[in-house]
Ligand binder design. Structure first.
Ligand SMILES: Nc1ncnc2c1ncn2[C@@H]1O[C@H](COP(=O)(O)OP(=O)(O)OP(=O)(O)O)[C@@H](O)[C@H]1O
Length: 252
């Protein structure tokens, strides 16, 4: 099998004394969608956030084990976190556009990286908004405040903002749970197109969503990875009783 793009090796994470991740070994091949599922508090978001060092911001966090991105340990001393987060971008549950224009939201990371050429910025805006499937809706309003858009449109602007800096990996933490069903459907369709160009790792509470769009699914329970498999097998023939109980709605 090809080398994974991201791989965790015996990853433990403690919030103070509480062990939220208990030795997770999980690898992700390039491209496609992986879903992380499991009941509330099982460590899905913690795991996702550990893949681009978002937990480093929290006081009292201790992490042991390795996270390899393209074979490099992202927790190694001297690792460039800004560069890492460009390559491994994140979209959150609540759409969080900046209170600027649509255009300025999308070029934010490029401006931070020192890009000044208007043509380069314009092209990045058009390409990213097209990939996030929102270009047609906003192309005549690029200088409108992004906060004036609907929640679903704001979430697609957030996806475009991440795509503009050309990441390899997109991390999404329940990207549709704050949205109505129509907007959620549009985001799912968008992810199904992006899966050909990006490695997408998504936390979802919505088992139907996982079964609709994920190629692979990983089931977490109480800080442990219980099972990972291609999505169809996971839902049709789970290997573990805990997985069976969860997907048949016995808990969670
Ligand atoms: N900042 C924090 N400080 C202390 N404990 C935390 C923190 N964030 C999460 N935890 C704890 O770590 C455990 C895992 O939480 P996490 O948010 O990763 O779970 P989750 O599976 O994503 O849950 P949910 O589906 O409810 O979002 C929980 O017991 C939670 O209370």
């Amino acid at each position: 099998m090809a080398t994974p793009i991201i791989e965790t090796d015996n990853l433990h994470l403690f919030y103070g004394q509480k062990e939220a991740l208990k030795g997770i070994n999980l690898s992700f091949q390039e491209k496609g969608i992986s879903a992380l599922i499991g009941p509330s508090g099982c460590g899905k978001s913690t795991f996702l956030r550990s893949l681009n060092r978002m937990n480093d911001l929290i006081d009292g966090v201790t992490i042991t084990g390795n996270v390899l991105f393209k074979d490099q340990n992202i927790y190694a001393p001297g690792e460039d976190i800004v560069a890492l987060r460009k390559q491994v971008g994140m979209v959150f549950q609540q759409p969080n556009p900046f209170p600027f224009s649509i255009y300025e939201n999308v070029v934010y990371g490029l401006r931070l990286a020192g890009v000044r050429d208007k043509q380069v910025l314009d092209e990045a805006v058009e390409n990213s908004l097209k990939q996030a499937a929102i270009w047609d809706e906003v192309k005549d309003d690029l200088h409108k405040n992004a906060l004036a858009l609907s929640g679903g449109q704001q979430q697609r602007i957030c996806i475009a903002r991440v795509l503009a800096v050309s990441p390899d990996v997109l991390l999404l933490d329940e990207p549709t749970s704050a949205l109505d069903p129509v907007s959620s459907h549009v985001i799912e369709e968008t992810l199904l197109k992006l899966r050909y160009d990006y490695t997408i790792i998504m936390v979802t509470h919505n088992l139907q969503q996982a079964s609709r769009i994920a190629d692979r699914t990983a089931f977490f329970l109480q800080g442990e990875l219980i099972e990972v498999n291609d999505t169809k097998t996971m839902f049709m023939e789970p290997a573990r009783q805990e997985t069976q109980d969860y997907i048949s709605g016995r808990f969670g």
